[in-house]
Write a protein that binds this ligand. Structure first.
Ligand SMILES: Nc1ncnc2c1ncn2[C@@H]1O[C@H](COP(=O)(O)OP(=O)(O)OP(=O)(O)O)[C@@H](O)[C@H]1O
Ligand SMILES: [Mg+2]
Length: 376
């Protein structure tokens, strides 16, 4: 049995808005996308009314999910923006965070996620610099340090975790709207890629993204985690800025390649996080040095040391270098990242060193640190 748009609309007709009228009558619904049993839609509301609409969103999602033939339902709340500014929760008071630039925006901090000690973003200004590769290996290396780790692939433009971790199954429902994350290499994994087909395009771009992200954070049974690593979409545009604002981040790791152009973008990334008062834990230089797979000779294809110098200049910690090595790409492509439970790989050392610095960076960031196993 296949659910149609009309079925969805009929189900929504039984859900009341905050004023008691049927939801479709409010004129706030986006187009309804029904694809292969998955239903997506958004409700656009005034930024100040987000709170009262949250229950409506949940009811709508539940009503759709209960329809025969619907395998997953995602209803997103999007806040109407005025004058090109980013939507902000009106309810939560601003909470000071260390490491922000003086005069940065006093963003209202989103509430933390119960059970998760620290959420950190892995981000880059520029695409294709190795953010996802770094995120997954960093997460695995943090796990080796004794932390309980999850990874959330928030890259709505090109989710990578299903491929990087060789995941082919879909997350199961944990009852109600909640999903159980996939377990891989001892980590809890969630990816927007599990919920959408690669071809499901434009509807995710733009404001819906934010609500989808919020749902992946708050409607997934993460359990108790010390650290949740979030692989962010590339860029420093409006969507990324809003994400940085909406996720209760304890810090951000910026990935850059050494060349000037990437560094300019990395600088933008750092500025973005500072603007929303998220401390920058540090910079990673990826594809730092090329190691020839045949002769082992090192050459600096993109230059070398640029990110370290940039980190010094900007006064943020330098977390380490990862060489450009074909083995790192091959293992990633094969769904078995170099730092994985099954591989004792010489390349894992780079990520282990970075993970130790990230752990230490979290411990000194001035807020309660996650449960940390401190090595002598
Ligand atoms: N240190 C490395 N050595 C060799 N290959 C690498 C390294 N880091 C990343 N790669 C490869 O470079 C490509 C891009 O990496 P990745 O997908 O991690 O980048 P990204 O910044 O997440 O990209 P996007 O912006 O598209 O999300 C991949 O094929 C990956 O395997
Ligand atoms: Mg990526």
């Amino acid at each position: 049995m296949i659910a149609t748009k009309d079925d969805v609309l009929a189900a929504l007709g039984k859900v009341s808005g905050p004023d008691g009228a049927p939801l479709p009558a409010a004129g706030k619904l986006s187009d309804i996308v029904v694809s292969d049993g998955k239903v997506f839609l958004s409700i656009t509301v005034d930024a100040g009314a987000v709170r009262e609409w949250e229950a409506v969103r949940e009811n709508a999602q539940r009503a759709i999910a209960a329809l025969p033939g619907v395998t997953s339902a995602m209803v997103a709340l999007t806040a109407e923006r005025a004058g090109g500014t980013t939507p902000r929760s009106q309810a939560a008071p601003p909470r000071p965070r260390g490491g922000g630039a003086p005069g940065g925006h006093a963003a209202a901090s989103p509430a933390g996620v119960p059970g998760i000690g620290a959420i950190i973003a892995v981000a880059s200004g520029k695409g294709g610099v190795g953010k996802s590769t770094t995120a997954v290996n960093l997460a695995l290396a943090l796990r080796e340090l004794g932390l309980k780790v999850g990874i959330l692939d928030a890259d709505i433009y090109g989710p990578s975790m299903p491929k990087l971790l060789g995941i082919h199954e879909r997350p199961q429902s944990a009852g109600g709207n909640r999903l159980r994350p996939i377990e891989r290499y001892g980590m809890a994994v969630m990816s927007i890629g599990f919920l959408i087909e690669e071809e499901t395009p434009m509807i995710w771009r733009g404001p819906m993204v934010i609500s989808a992200l919020t749902q992946m954070l708050r409607e997934v049974e993460w359990g108790t985690l010390d650290v949740l690593v979030v692989d962010m979409p590339p860029g420093t545009g409006d969507a990324q800025l809003t994400m940085a604002q909406q996720v209760p981040l304890k810090g951000a790791v910026i990935v850059s390649t050494p060349q000037d152009l990437a560094l300019i973008d990395a600088r933008r990334g750092i500025a973005m996080f500072r603007r929303v008062n998220v401390p920058v834990i540090g910079i990673v230089e990826n594809m730092s040095t090329f190691v020839c797979p045949h002769c082992g000779t090192r050459s600096d294809i993109f230059g070398h040391g640029g990110a370290r110098r940039e980190a010094e200049r900007l006064g943020v910690p330098f977390l380490g270098e990862v060489p450009l090595d074909i083995a790192i790409r091959e293992k990633s492509d094969a769904g078995s990242p170099v730092v994985s439970a099954t591989a004792d790989d010489p390349h894992a050392q780079y990520y282990r060193a970075i993970a130790a610095r990230v752990r230490d960076g979290l411990a000194v960031s001035g807020r309660p640190a996650p449960k940390i196993v401190i090595e002598a």
